[in-house]
Write a protein that binds this ligand. Structure first.
Ligand SMILES: [Zn+2]
Length: 316
């Protein structure tokens, strides 16, 4: 058995990764209430945040690319980045027709046809309903606690200009449209978990649906998608004009036999705490692997080390 947990800290200056609403010419950044301590007292402040849904969407987009690169199946909807996930008959019929009555057969057909739904789960909301939990989990990205008071979401003024060639007597007029985009600046932390044992395995019977080689390839695609997402910083919205200035500052990864989640990187000393918690596992005779960034180890080197460890264990 193998469970992966990743803690990420990244600095983002002037980002618009997760916008929630537009009111007139004002686009708002997602914000969440946050409990912080100031002068020994607790208080609530509102800080910029990036939803787990937003990070999951980005991860699945990378998964599509990795799966296709490895010649693994991806359904038509997921290929387009529209993650309907076989939610109803219309979408399921593209994978299997006629639709069987047995939920196990429905799940199997979806797993076979699409790596994204195998790894990321789905909900078929018809009769009979079939639900498959995602094998990966992702938290919100939130400002790290000790610096949350300095995290900001400030509006930036932008103007779009257009020269209008009107045939009126006034001749050319230039038109200006003013708009505001709220941008966040913070040192963020989030956690990403991946249960490698769920891939290619039925959530209903706990039996493998695919052959061993196919399962190994899909696990590798799931790992590579994470690698690409982190190393390319391709996640979130508005990247074309608000690509965040910054990057990953710290990364910790644990690989354990049973589900184990690293201490959230929003806390100070999270890496040391994670290590101590893992030491306790060792006393129960549980094998684990742990690695993190350091002055001479870059995030990509950490991820490579993890992939090599998993390959050594013949899990991919
Ligand atoms: Zn799909």
């Amino acid at each position: 058995m193998m469970f992966l947990s990743v803690g990420v800290r990244f600095e983002a200056n002037v980002e618009a990764l997760n916008m929630v609403e537009t009111a007139g010419n004002y686009t708002k950044h997602r914000r969440v209430p946050y409990l912080v301590e100031e002068d020994g007292k607790l208080k609530t402040i509102y800080v910029p945040a990036i939803s787990g849904e937003s990070l999951a969407h980005a991860y699945q987009e990378h998964l599509v690319k990795e799966a296709l690169r490895m010649n693994l199946p991806v359904c038509e909807d997921c290929h387009r980045g529209e993650f309907y996930k076989s939610m109803n008959k219309v979408h399921l019929q593209k994978k299997i027709s006629p639709i069987p009555n047995d939920p196990r057969k429905i799940e199997e057909a979806i797993i076979r046809k699409c790596v994204v739904e195998d790894v990321g789960g789905f909900l078929y909301a018809e009769k009979p309903p079939v639900r498959r939990s995602s094998t990966f989990q992702v938290s919100y990205a939130l400002p790290i606690k000790s610096m949350a008071l300095f995290a900001t979401a400030e509006p930036q003024l932008h103007a779009r200009h257009a020269q209008l060639d009107t045939s009126s007597k006034k001749g050319n007029v230039s038109e200006q449209m003013i708009y505001y985009v709220e941008t966040g600046t913070a040192l963020y932390g989030f956690v990403f978990n991946l249960d490698l044992d769920g891939i290619g395995v039925s959530a209903i019977t706990s039996e493998p649906v695919l052959g061993e080689e196919e399962i190994k390839k899909r696990r590798e695609a799931a790992l590579m998608a994470l690698f690409r997402m982190l190393s390319s910083a391709q996640f979130g919205a508005k990247l074309s004009r608000f690509f965040p200035v910054g990057g990953i500052t710290e990364l910790v990864v644990s690989v354990t036999e049973h589900p184990f989640v690293v201490t959230s990187p929003i806390y100070e000393g999270y890496a040391e705490k994670t290590e101590k918690r893992l030491e306790v596992l060792k006393s129960f005779n549980e094998d684990y692997f742990y690695t993190k960034t350091s002055e001479d180890k870059l995030p990509e080197e950490v991820l490579k080390e993890v992939i090599e460890y998993i390959r050594e264990k013949e899990y991919i």
